[in-house]
Design a binder for this molecule. Sequence first.
Ligand SMILES: [Zn+2]
Length: 260
Amino acid sequence: MSGAASPAGAEGDAAGEAPRPAPAAGGLDGILRLGEVDIRLSEARRRRRQAAEQAAPQEARVADARRTLERLAEQLKQGTLEAKRQEGDARAKQAEIEKTQAAINQCRNNDEYKALLEQLERRKAELSQLETAVLEAYEAQDRRQAEKAQLETRRKALEQDLSEARKRVAAATGEVDVQLAGLEAERAAARAALDAQHAAVYEKVLAQHGDSAVADIVDQFCQGCFVKVRPEQVSQVRGGQIVTCFDCGRILVFRGGRTA
Ligand SMILES: [Zn+2]
């Protein structure tokens, strides 16, 4: 490790007397600056996403209440139809009973009379069942109506919560948006300070790695992927050159300058 590093270090010390190529050194510093802005930008964007999601639970609760209310409205509609159908059946049964009653009144035959009486009793029992069903159907409707009224109240409260949560989201995102605008401007300036070639390398690496295109070298290890950096690369970075990690492809730097 030290054996591999010392020739490069010695070379670097010897070269330290001669002027280093300024554009390359400026490039590395510029990349470091841009990298720092991009990290802050990506943090701000994450905060923006978090802020935007703050009202998600309230949105879900309101959507839930609305769905339950829709279901209840449908049940009420079906319940009304069902109650009306039961009422119709009860009326038809009543008409049958009246017919049987009339037949009984006109009956002169004893066996027929007995049969009609049995029919009358059966139909009366059926009517009684139908009337119970009608009653139950309306009771079920009353329960649904009460449930609906309760849910309407709850929905209104939830909508109020949601509207307040949305206000908080607007305030929080607005605040982050101001920071983002500042950071975007900072980034544009840092990007403009780079020459085209370095900017292209940087943007390519950034596109691959999302938010961090720059990795520190600590004890000769890339802090982006923790793979050992080749000694000649270490000295190249010390010399202010733009070097990318062989393993992860990030631009290698010594944080705090090239004196490390
Ligand atoms: Zn790496």
